[in-house]
Design a protein around this ligand. Structure first.
Ligand code: ATP
Ligand code: MG
Length: 363
């Protein structure tokens, strides 16, 4: 990992509405403003491609390719820190690679885990405003994004777990009974599942010790499982494997796997009010999310000497002026290169000269 990387240059080609975009940046926050449809979120989405996964919209490579002639797309970034410089490019050529992302680090082919080890990224989007209200899967995704800050192999472990889970579910669906077949799949699920649980628990623990209060509410966070046989904390691969074996008859009845980290949820409480997050006001729910993201960034800075790149899409929209000012102060104090968007430049008044600005106009 580069000491304290920031994005020093960004280049996009055929990335959604950006046929060609190139700009250079220093380590200060980046404030992007312009009318609806100007391409603000698209820039954040492009940056989110520089970390493992499908980015902040969860979009397929085809969706991202610039229309009307979608042949592929390219995101290139120079990361700079303390005189050191690294280059990452992520690109897709729809004509010859069936939508597979091609990742290059310093000119050499790399994989998703390579990305996770190079650049830590965390985002908040308007779609996440409903995080506390919606189903558990979105919250799990959020927890996994947090876990990736502290464990670059988390994305690979989560993907391995998902693959094995699908195989086990298929056995149930096809009403197979072969114990050795189950045991082989469960061994893989247990190994990757225990790693997933451990990384999630670690992330939540780091965040809980990094909340500072102030303008953003302190959250009590707890990982919970929908499965009653689950222990309170993370478990060893051996213990998880035993639970899988014991759970088979019940799960065969249900026709699917009911045990393991795919049943985990994140419970949050607005501590000062002793109020579950889902019962808080819209602005309070947003403030809780900001609070968690800032705490995660603080923990990352403490542990690795650098805050993550923050992508805060329309973060100002639900925050009142005093909380907005507090957010800007927190981001500047963290030394995080936070990329923030808003429909108008006036949303960044309190940020003033502490940031660099991009004004976008629609075509
Ligand atoms: N694959 C694509 N090819 C070309 N254009 C696209 C593609 N996907 C989306 N767009 C366009 O990109 C434009 C900019 O989208 P973006 O979400 O970045 O806007 P924005 O500046 O964040 O606007 P808002 O303020 O409404 O959030 C939209 O007009 C959309 O139609
Ligand atoms: Mg937008």
């Amino acid at each position: 990992m580069v000491g304290a990387p920031h994005v020093a240059a960004l280049q996009l080609r055929r990335f959604r509405s950006h046929i060609e975009f190139a700009s250079e940046f220093d380590r200060r926050p980046v404030a992007i403003h312009g009318p609806n449809g100007a391409g603000k979120t698209n820039i954040l989405e492009a940056l989110s491609q520089l970390s493992p996964g499908r980015g902040l919209r969860g979009a397929s490579a085809e969706e991202i390719a610039g229309r009307p002639d979608p042949i592929g797309w390219f995101v290139g970034a120079e990361l700079a820190s303390d005189g050191e410089s690294r280059s990452i490019t992520v690109s897709v050529d729809l004509r010859d690679s069936a939508g597979r992302r091609k990742i290059m680090v310093d000119g050499e082919p790399s994989g998703q885990t390579g990305l996770g080890g190079l650049l830590r990224t965390l985002w908040l989007t308007p779609a996440m405003d409903r995080l506390w209200i919606e189903g558990a899967s979105e919250r799990r995704r959020f927890v996994d994004r947090l876990a990736l800050l502290f464990e670059p192999t988390h994305a690979a472990a989560a993907a391995a777990y998902e693959r094995a889970l699908r195989e086990r579910n298929r056995l149930f669906k096809e009403q197979r009974r072969d114990p050795s077949w189950f045991a082989a799949i469960e061994a893989r699920m247990a190994e990757s599942g225990a790693a997933v649980e451990a990384a999630r628990a670690r992330a939540i623990a780091e965040i809980l010790t990094s909340q500072t209060g102030g303008a953003f509410p302190e959250a009590a966070l707890q990982l919970e499982s929908a499965d009653e046989s689950a222990p309170a904390g993370p478990e060893t691969a051996e213990a998880l494997a035993l639970r899988y074996a014991a759970g088979r008859p019940r799960e065969a009845m249900a026709g699917r796997s009911l045990i393991g980290p795919h049943r985990t949820d994140l419970a949050a409480l607005y501590l000062a009010k002793n109020m579950p997050a889902k019962s808080c006001s819209t602005g309070e729910q947003k403030a809780l999310l900001v609070s968690i993201v800032l705490a995660a960034a603080r923990a990352t800075a403490r542990l690795y000497g650098a805050a993550p790149i923050l992508l805060l899409d329309e973060v100002a929209a639900h925050l009142d002026a005093s909380r907005r000012a507090a957010l800007f102060d927190a981001v500047v104090e963290l030394g995080a290169q936070a990329w923030m968007t808003a429909a108008g430049g006036e949303f960044f008044d309190e940020l003033g000269g502490r940031a660099q600005y991009i004004a976008l106009n629609p075509d």
